[in-house]
Write a protein that binds this ligand. Structure first.
Ligand code: ME8
Length: 528
C-alpha cells in the first residue's frame, strides 16, 4: 500500500512580521515534504495562521483597524514570504475561516455534551488598563502587566475548563508506548517533570474579557480560548466534521499515513499534553511524531521584536538567492538544538558547502568534459585498476542510504551532511586521479571512468539536494544536459548520463568574499 505523509508547521500569530526563526521551521517542514514527494509518498503539507486572541484585538485597535482587516493584511505578507522561500505547502489554514470556526464549535459542543468541559471560574492577574488576564509567569515577581507595565491584581472570571485529569492516564500510556512521540526525548522528560508531576491543572478554554475569538455556541459571551481553537487547525484543514472530509480520511484516519507536527520548544506543552488529550476525547488517532526544533538565536539571545534583534529573511533571499537561504536554514542548525544566526556563519556555510563543494565540482567536471570529450559525457565505466572508483561508488551508495535514514527520522541537518559527502569525495577524487595526466595517456579508459564518475556524482548530489536547492538542483541537471526533471527512481542508475551532451553555464554559487559580504549583511540587518 502506498505510504502517506502529513506534515504541519505551527500556525503563526499574525501579530507582527515573521522573522528568520519562523522561516527556519517552515523550511524544515518544506524539505521533509519535498523528500516524501520525491520518494513518491502521498504527501500533504500544511501551514497557516492563528488569528484570534486578545493580543490581535489590541494590536488591531492600536492600528485603527478591525481585527479581521488587521490580520488580512498581515497574512498577505506571510504568504508572500512563503512564496519567496519556495515553500510548497498544499494548503494554508486561517483560523478565521468558516471551515475552521465551524469545526471548532462542533468540537466544543461535543466536549460539553461529553462532560469533558465544564463551567468554572478562572483566576489570574488582571490588568484594568488593558482589560486582560495574565499568568504568573507573564507578570513576573513584580506583578506588572507585560504590555503596559502597570501593576496588576488578582481577579476572577467565569470560564470553561477542559478536564485534563480524565485523560492523564491515556497520555502517560502514549508516552510509554511510543518513545518517538515527542522528540528529542529531553522534551518529553521536561513535560513530565515540569508539568505533569507537580500536578496538571485543568485547561481554561474560554474567555469573556475579550471578544475576538470563536464564540461558544451555547454561551456566546464566551469566546473559545486560543489553544483549543489553534490546535484544531491540524484537522479542520483536512475537513474534520465537514461535508467533504476526504482529506481527513486519507491522511488523519489512515494508519498508513505518518502524521508529523513540527514545532518550537516554546509551544511543546500545548502540543505534547493538551493536543493528545483533545484527540483522545474525540476518539481520534494521534499524530505519530511531534518534533520539537530548537530556536534560532542571535548573538544577544532569543530574537524578539521588543529587543529589535529579529532577522528578516527577505534581504538575504534577495542578495544571495532562495537556495542559499534555504540551505543555510536546513543545514546550519542541528535539528533539535538551538542555533545562532551570524553573518560569518551564513557566508562560511555557503562558501564551504555550496561554492567549494557542489559549485566547484560542477565547474571542474564540465570544463573537463568539454575539453576532453567535446562536451559529450561518455558511457559510464568503472576502472577496476583504480581503487578510487570503488571508493567513490561506495561513498555514493552509503550517502544515499544515510540520507534516507536521516530523513525518515526527520533529521534534516544530518541528511544534508550525508548528501554533501558525495561532492566532497568527488572533489578529492579529481586530485587523486589527476585527469589532466590521464588525458595524455593513449589508453583513454581511465579518463573515461573518472569523467563519468564525476558526472554521475553530480547527478546524485543534485537529486538529493533538490529538496533544499529548489532551483539550483534543476540548473545542475540542465548543465549536465538533462531536462531538469527530478526523478528519485533513477538515482542509482549510473548510466543515466551516457552520451548526454552537456550544457555548461554560469558558475552555480560564486565564492563569496567573506569580509565584504559579512559587512554587507551586518549593514542590511542592522547588526553590530
Ligand atoms: O506560538 N527560532 O505562534 P508564533 C526558531 N500561534 N523558530 C522560531 C523562532 C526562533 N527564534 N521564533 C518562532 C504560536 N519560531 C502559536 C502556534 S500552533 C497550533 C499555534 C517558530 O507566531 C517556532 O516553530 O509565536 C515556534 O514554535 C513558532 O514559530 C511560534 O510561532
Amino acid at each position: 500500500m502506498k505510504k502517506s505523509f502529513y506534515i504541519t508547521t505551527p500556525i503563526y500569530y499574525p501579530s507582527a512580521k515573521l522573522h528568520i526563526g519562523h522561516a527556519y521551521c517552515t523550511t524544515l517542514c518544506d524539505v521533509l515534504a519535498r523528500y516524501h514527494r520525491l520518494k513518491g509518498d502521498d504527501t500533504y503539507f500544511l501551514t497557516g495562521s492563528d488569528e484570534h486572541g486578545m493580543k490581535i484585538e489590541k494590536n488591531a485597535a492600536l492600528n485603527n483597524k478591525s481585527p479581521q482587516e488587521f490580520v488580512d493584511e498581515i497574512v498577505v505578507g506571510f504568504k508572500k514570504l512563503w512564496k519567496a522561500l519556495d515553500i510548497s505547502n498544499d494548503d494554508y489554514i486561517r483560523t478565521t475561516e468558516k471551515r475552521h470556526v465551524e469545526t471548532v464549535q462542533k468540537i466544543f459542543s461535543y466536549f460539553l455534551k461529553n462532560n469533558d468541559i465544564y463551567l468554572g471560574e478562572y483566576e489570574g492577574w488582571y490588568c484594568k488598563e488593558c482589560e486582560a488576564f495574565w499568568t504568573d509567569i507573564q507578570v513576573g515577581e513584580e506583578h506588572l502587566c507585560p504590555d503596559c507595565h502597570r501593576p496588576v491584581s488578582k481577579a476572577k472570571e467565569e470560564a470553561y475548563f477542559f478536564k485534563t485529569s480524565k485523560y492523564l492516564d491515556d497520555l502517560l500510556k502514549i508516552y510509554d508506548s511510543n518513545e518517538k512521540f515527542i522528540t528529542p526525548e529531553s522534551r518529553k522528560n521536561e513535560m513530565i517533570n515540569t508539568f505533569i508531576k507537580p500536578g496538571l491543572e485543568d485547561l481554561c478554554v474560554s474567555r469573556t474579557s475579550f471578544s475576538w475569538g470563536i464564540p461558544v455556541k451555547e454561551n456566546p459571551k464566551h469566546v473559545i480560548y486560543v489553544w483549543l481553537d489553534a490546535l484544531v487547525n491540524y484537522i479542520s484543514a483536512l475537513g474534520y466534521l465537514q461535508k467533504d472530509d476526504t482529506l481527513f480520511k486519507k491522511f488523519w484516519l489512515n494508519d498508513n499515513c505518518e502524521k508529523v507536527h513540527v514545532l518550537g520548544a516554546d509551544i511543546t506543552r500545548f502540543h505534547a499534553i493538551y493536543w493528545p488529550m483533545f484527540l483522545k476525547a474525540l476518539n481520534l488517532p494521534l499524530p505519530n511524531r511531534e518534533f520539537v526544533h530548537g530556536l534560532l538565536m542571535t548573538k544577544d539571545g532569543k530574537m524578539s521584536k521588543s529587543k529589535g534583534n529579529t532577522i528578516d529573511p527577505y534581504p538575504l533571499i534577495e542578495e544571495y538567492g532562495v537556495d542559499a537561504v534555504r540551505y543555510y536554514l536546513a543545514r546550519e542548525v542541528n535539528f533539535g538544538s538551538d542555533g545562532q544566526f551570524t553573518p560569518e556563519q551564513f557566508v562560511e556555510r555557503i562558501n564551504m558547502d555550496l561554492a567549494n563543494n557542489i559549485g566547484n565540482l560542477l565547474n571542474r567536471t564540465l570544463s573537463m568534459i568539454n575539453k576532453y570529450y567535446d562536451g559529450v559525457i561518455p558511457q559510464f565505466i568503472s576502472n577496476i585498476n583504480n581503487p578510487y572508483d570503488s571508493d567513490l561508488d561506495q561513498t555514493i551508495i552509503n550517502s544515499v542510504k544515510e540520507y534516507e535514514e536521516c530523513l525518515n527520522d526527520l533529521r534534516v541537518t544530518d541528511a544534508l551532511i550525508a548528501a554533501t559527502k558525495i561532492g566532497a569525495r568527488a572533489n578529492k577524487y579529481i586530485d587523486e586521479t589527476t585527469p589532466w595526466v590521464l588525458a595524455k595517456q593513449e589508453d583513454k579508459t581511465p579518463l573515461q571512468s573518472v569523467m563519468t564518475h564525476l558526472a554521475y556524482s553530480l547527478y546524485v548530489s543534485a537529486v538529493l539536494l533538490s529538496i533544499v536547492l529548489t532551483r539550483k538542483s534543476k540548473e545542475i541537471l540542465l548543465q549536465l544536459g538533462l531536462d531538469g526533471n527530478i526523478n528519485y527512481e533513477t538515482i542509482l542508475n549510473q548510466h543515466i548520463l551516457d552520451n548526454v551532451k552537456i550544457n555548461k553555464g554560469l558558475p552555480l554559487f560564486p565564492r563569496l568574499d567573506e569580509t565584504i559580504e559579512v559587512e554587507k549583511i551586518k549593514q542590511m540587518m542592522n547588526i553590530k
